[in-house]
Design a protein around this ligand. Sequence first.
Ligand code: GMT
Length: 377
Amino acid sequence: MKIGIVCYPTFGGSGVVATELGLGLADKGHQVHFITYKRPVRLTNFHSNAYFHEVTPPSYPLFEFTPYETALASKMADVVKFEQLDLLHVHYAIPHAAVAFMTKQILLSQGIRIPFITTLHGTDITLVGIDGTFAPVVEFSINNSDGVTAVSQHLKSETMSSFNITREIDVIYNFIDFKRFKKTNKDHFKKAIAPDGEKIIVHISNFRKVKRVEDVIEVFRLIRQKMDAKLLLIGDGPERKFMEDLCRTLNLCEHIRFLGKQEAVEEILAVADLFLLPSESESFGLAALEAMACEVPVVSSNAGGLPEVNVQGVTGFLREIGDTKGMADDCLTILSDEKTHKAFSKNAFKHAHNFDIAGILPKYEALYQRVLAQSLV
Ligand code: GMT
């Protein structure tokens, strides 16, 4: 099959999922065309079945806001036509679903039928999507997609209750590639970070408000009242400066390292004893799944789709949003006893296998076939 994938090319989860999905499909012999404004961060190596088409909207003195959507639709129409694509799969509804609808209409006027699938990832519904500025377009483009998927049951329910949805939404969970995410021996790295055998806690996010990184720091402060520990913060974003200031105020800088954006997160997860994700809202929590695949237990908030990934009392613990004291207690439960930690690590690894790419990819392929068959009717 020839598939066009449209996504954000950045470190964000939706771009990562879209790229890994495309590469997985390319491995299986499909021809995959990524269409976006920059090479996706995980599209690093040459793959004979993967292509990249860059969208470069021209600047013009009249434009205060460069019309990216128009440039994207034109590029999508061009790639569909020239490469004879079978379908388009767009990730993150805003603006990609609406642009796909426009592309479909442009091509229809030229006698070309191209169905499109929209995958909803999270804030495209929960935070940004429901904002009145975007809601009518989001609702219209979901209802007029040829297939729609959500990355968790929770996100599907949120979508159904927030909009007037007149079509079916399939839940296809995010996935993990165990070839890449696995526990490896990085003892030298562990020694450098925690020379006295301190426990290592890791948090990965885009440092947006919704991630509540301040809670990570507060939980860590409470843990340190009871045991020696180090905190590694991976990622970057608007909140980072405030978090650095907070560490200084709390006099914790010596024990906290800001590692910034990292490509090989699996190498850092390999030395982690625990993963913290206290988000305000989280449709799935891909970072938690990546940790679990590396045998790292998770303490998270009970937000959104997180309970579908992190199982209470099995792979880790979940607490109400903002309950930093409870989260710290849970971390201490896991970290203070070697046997408990081992059991949680084992469970996390086992549960992560429910999201193995080998099982999830065929679900997308089946959806593609169904949508293609319907579009021929
Ligand atoms: O919504 C965001 O904050 C970013 C978004 C993205 O585009 O990276 O993340 C969402 O999609 C991920 C991949 O499906 C999910 O793992 C994240 O849970 C989800 N983020 C939120 O719902 C906050």
